[in-house]
Design a protein around this ligand. Structure first.
Ligand code: URA
Length: 240
């Protein structure tokens, strides 16, 4: 692959812009400036340095963010800044999309990708990839509430009750809830249907992949193949 083409594929501008960028001497590989746009590169394991910033080549982008509160999962946010404002510009140029949305006040594990098939597999209810949330509730969490969430609660506009895959109390006011799908405000609506209210909501895991404690709110990192396998693990009940 030509260097300028590799640069373009990573979101560093138009074909012409990338040719000019390479010619200007802004791009180096392994510490050596390469100013020939037609220089052949092997994309596998390629690390580009553009104006001093190192960028590992990824054919498709899989990105993890620890979403902070107060950001909307939209390219055109209405009332709060966009989560995309926390990502570097090449991701926007590459048209990265949120893999499912979190509400502006929800924190935790948020994925982005430009791989449409991956986004479909992670978000389609038919695939049943589990999403795990920790909810802090306004009123105490009791056994009746946990039973209702496990057995199914009826939500407005839904034809049948919806049950959590799993639900356990964490302490007197908080619980962990595992869902197979991601309907609009689903956790808040399910907990609302039990007569309680969500004060704080945090997504801790998707599939078998847990948000790393080392990733600070507002930070992001690349996901690699092993992470993707964990994300796509089908849900298994601890009871079975
Ligand atoms: N359920 C909700 O209610 N809100 C979220 O952000 C995610 C799941």
């Amino acid at each position: 692959m030509w260097l300028a083409r590799a640069l373009q594929s990573q979101g560093f501008g138009s074909r012409k812009g990338c040719v000019l960028r390479v010619r200007s001497g802004a791009v180096s590989i392994n510490g050596v400036v390469v100013d020939d746009p037609e220089h052949e590169v092997d994309p596998v394991g390629l690390e580009l340095t553009i104006n001093g910033v190192t960028w590992p080549y990824h054919e498709k982008a899989y990105v993890l963010m620890h979403k902070p509160a107060g950001y909307e999962c939209s390219h055109k946010p209405k009332h709060h800044p966009s989560v995309f404002s926390l990502l570097p510009a090449p991701f926007i140029e590459r048209d990265l999309q949120c893999v499912g949305r979190l509400d502006q006040d929800t924190t935790g594990l948020l994925l982005f990708s430009d791989d449409g098939q991956f986004i479909h597999r992670m978000t389609s209810p038919k695939k049943g990839v589990a999403k795990v949330y920790r909810a802090t509730c306004a009123d105490p969490v009791d056994a009746a509430m946990l039973d209702a969430l496990r057995n199914g609660v009826l939500l407005n506009d839904e034809p049948a009750p919806i049950a959590a895959l799993a639900c356990e109390a964490i302490d007197g006011h908080s619980l962990q809830l595992t869902l197979a799908e991601g309907k609009y405000h689903q956790v808040k609506r399910m907990i609302g249907a039990t007569g309680n209210r969500v004060d704080k909501l945090h997504r801790v895991a998707i599939g078998d992949f847990v948000l790393p404690e080392t990733l600070a709110p507002g930070s992001w990192c690349w996901l690699e193949a092993a992470d993707l396998l964990q994300l796509e693990q089908p849900w298994r009940s601890v009871m079975s």
